[in-house]
Design a protein around this ligand. Structure first.
Ligand code: A2P
Length: 279
């Protein structure tokens, strides 16, 4: 049921994964990861900033499954950016995860300092095999255009906030035109959009839950998703979205919910690149 997407570097990535932001209790972690695995999730997404790479590593170890059946993502925090910071902190992350490599390494947020140096480290990390694929997170078009002025290879993923409240259609289009897969974090808007009347109406039409129609809307927009839940029944429900389809009209109803509302901070603004910025 879980589709794989082709990345522009030749690797494959599950379209649907499991986000672990804010899960920190080990017992809760073990239960969530086991539940997710049993319901078919193979991609697990963490970050240095979440402070739970060790928890994830411990939980995955208990599953006792082959490494190459998992797809693991982590992200270099803002504090660890720069050439040496990226490489050294990745090695720390790998120790915590108890792995030799990650499948996907992302720059967590664009920052002004070390903008190109961090990416140069990422290109070397990919060459060394410590990450199979490299990408970015929370990059706007301008950040990607700026990166393109010096990058030898471009990110294969841009993981950004996308939900019915923050549909990001222009950014999705830009990523797609540049062979960058969009991966949505907080695809359910951190759960804040589950009682929206329009989405409730679409859910009623389809006989599915609001979470399911939201996740289905993302899939039909061609993007990857990493919903988070600690509850077995919801983890199962969120994976059970491959046996129905939203009509064009229902997709338009879902699109109409957008208010450009972020649940988190804005990426640093373009003018902060100052005179360096070429556009
Ligand atoms: P919980 O972990 O208690 O199940 P997002 O992935 O957009 O950040 O959303 C995560 C939030 O949505 C969490 O608070 C999670 O709660 C909740 N959530 C996830 N899946 C469902 C679901 N199927 N039904 C209701 N709430 C859900």
């Amino acid at each position: 049921s879980n589709n794989y997407l082709n990345l522009s570097d030749g690797n494959k990535m599950p379209q649907q994964g499991f986000g672990v932001y804010k899960i920190t209790d080990q017992a809760e972690f073990d239960q969530a990861i086991e539940s997710a695995w049993n319901h078919g999730y193979r991609l697990f997404d963490t970050a240095q900033m979440y402070k739970n790479e060790q928890n994830l590593g411990d939980s995955l170890k208990k599953l006792n499954v082959p490494r190459d059946e998992m797809f693991i993502t982590t992200k270099i925090s803002e504090a660890n950016q720069g050439y040496d910071g990226s490489i050294n902190s990745l090695k720390e992350s790998l120790k915590k995860l108890q792995m030799d490599y990650v499948d996907l390494l992302l720059i967590h947020w664009p920052i002004n300092t070390d903008f190109f140096e961090t990416w140069r480290a990422f290109e070397d990390i990919k060459k060394s095999g410590l990450a199979k694929s490299i990408g970015v997170s929370n990059y706007d078009m301008v950040h990607l255009q700026y990166l393109a002025t010096q990058a030898h290879e471009m990110p294969v993923i841009n993981q950004i906030e996308v939900s019915p409240l923050m549909s990001q259609k222009p950014m999705l289009k830009f990523n797609a035109e540049n062979n960058i897969i969009t991966q949505a974090w907080s695809p359910l808007g951190r759960g804040k959009v589950l009682n929206h009347p329009t989405i409730l109406a679409v859910a009623k039409d389809t006989g599915k839950s609001t979470a399911q129609v939201i996740l289905r809307w993302h899939l039909q927009n061609g993007i990857a998703i990493i919903p988070k839940s600690i509850h077995d029944e919801r983890i199962a429900q969120n994976a059970d979205i491959y046996d129905f389809e939203l009509s064009t009209l229902q997709m338009e109803q879902m699109d109409s919910v957008n208010t450009n509302h972020r649940v988190s901070k804005e990426p640093e603004l373009v003018y902060e690149f100052g005179e360096q910025y070429p556009y």
